[in-house]
Design a protein around this ligand. Sequence first.
Ligand code: MTE
Ligand code: MO
Length: 225
Amino acid sequence: MLPRGQFDIGEMPRFGLTQFANRFPVQTQNPEIQISGDVAQNLTIMNELSRLPMSSIVADFHCVTTWSSIDLKWEGILFKDVFERLIEPLAKPQKEAQFVILKAQDGARTSLPLSDLLKKNVILATRLNDEPLSETHGAPVRLVAPDHYGYKNLKHLNRLSFHVENPGYRPSGFRFMEHPRARVAHEERGQFFPGWLLRHAYRPLIRPTIKLFERATKRRSKEHS
Ligand SMILES: Nc1nc2c(c(=O)[nH]1)N[C@H]1C(S)=C(S)[C@@H](COP(=O)(O)O)O[C@H]1N2
Ligand SMILES: [Mo]
């Protein structure tokens, strides 16, 4: 059964805030993630990723605007493994640095508490449904945190920063649209307004947003052919 307020849209569309429809990653081949913030040592993670064990999860994906895509198979490296095997020993974040900011090649950004990222179903995915992750769905690497709404699942991930306190970072969209945790099970769609209200406000935006992203993707592939 789908969580409250969600419906099954079938195949996963390319989606996001409208300002990202025409922004694309510069680099889609090799994952490269910068680690910074309240750490002893800044760090760039690249080839090290391929030395960590691959994991896979099967999960449903829930966009805050109420569409869901079910039974997606993601493969990659658990965030927990990356944190424990690379980030902790090499970058040495301060113990109190529990506020994590995630940034992407297209300029999108979001945040999550470290404790949410360390759950066993949070993965830095490089494959979707037995194929390499496409540019559409976040190449070369995206975060997948299925217990959290889609906007926490950053595509084209290229920076993680760890902070003792929120350093005044601003989310991609309006503040009311970004809940600090955005847990699907609690319908934490945003801040200040209840989930059920945002549900109704967002639903009419789905079709036009999908169209906008489709047009942008078509234009992009023409330019690249
Ligand atoms: N870099 C980046 N990540 C992003 C977005 C985006 O526009 N840019 N949109 C978010 C939103 S709102 C959703 S619902 C999902 C959509 O993922 P999809 O395009 O693979 O369906 O990505 C999320 N991650
Ligand atoms: Mo979304």
